[in-house]
Design a protein around this ligand. Structure first.
Ligand SMILES: Nc1ncnc2c1ncn2[C@@H]1O[C@H](COP(=O)(O)OP(=O)(O)OP(=O)(O)O)[C@@H](O)[C@H]1O
Ligand SMILES: [Mg+2]
Length: 149
C-alpha cells in the first residue's frame, strides 16, 4: 500500500463558473509537486472535462453538488476523483467511446472521456442510473523520476 502524502476534498455547486474554480483548485494542489508544464495542462484539462460533464449532463437544468478529491502518494502518483449525484449513465462503455454524445444538438462532440483517458494513465468510470457518477483519474507525475535520479 502506497503512502498518502497529501489529500484535498472539496464540494461545490454545478455552476459553469465553478469549472474555472476546479481548474484553479487542482493547479494549487499540483504546483508544490513540481509538475512539468505539459502535465499540469493535461490534468487541468481532464478535471475540467469531468466537471463540465457533471454540470451539463449529470444535473442538466438543475443545480447539484460536485465533489473533487485529489490525493498524492509518495511515488508522486496522483488520484483525482470527480463525483456527482446526478442522473448517472446507463451504459458506461458506450458513453466512453470516442464521439459518443447524448447532446449533439448542443455542440457537444463526445470527446470528453477520450480526452480524460489520453491525459491519464488509468481512467475508471463508475456510474449508477439516478444515483450518480464517479470518475477516477490516475496519473504518475514525471517529477517522480527526476527526483529519484
Ligand atoms: N457525469 C455524468 N453524468 C451523466 N452522464 C454523463 C456524465 N458524464 C458523461 N455523461 C454521458 O456520457 C456522454 C459522453 O461524455 P463525453 O464527455 O465523452 O462527451 P460529451 O460531454 O457529450 O461531449 P464533449 O465532452 O466533447 O463536449 C455524454 O454525452 C453523456 O451522455
Ligand atoms: Mg463532456
Amino acid at each position: 500500500m502506497k503512502k498518502l502524502t497529501n489529500e484535498i476534498k472539496c464540494t461545490f455547486l454545478s455552476k459553469s463558473e465553478n469549472e474555472a474554480l476546479a481548474r484553479s483548485i487542482i493547479s494549487g494542489f499540483l504546483l508544490p509537486l513540481d509538475p512539468d508544464v505539459e502535465e499540469l495542462a493535461d490534468i487541468r484539462c481532464a478535471v475540467s472535462e469531468a466537471v463540465t460533464n457533471c454540470i451539463v449532463h449529470a444535473y442538466r437544468e438543475k443545480v447539484g453538488t460536485i465533489t473533487l478529491i485529489a490525493r498524492c502518494y509518495e511515488d508522486k502518483t496522483l488520484r483525482i476523483i470527480v463525483a456527482d449525484k446526478g442522473c448517472g449513465i446507463e451504459d458506461v462503455a458506450k458513453a466512453r467511446a470516442p464521439l459518443f454524445t447524448t447532446c449533439p444538438d448542443e455542440d457537444r462532440c463526445g470527446m470528453g472521456f477520450s480526452i480524460m483517458e489520453s491525459f491519464s494513465d488509468r481512467l475508471s468510470v463508475y456510474s449508477k442510473p439516478r444515483k450518480g457518477t464517479r470518475v477516477t483519474l490516475t496519473r504518475k507525475l514525471s517529477s517522480s523520476e527526476k527526483k529519484d535520479t
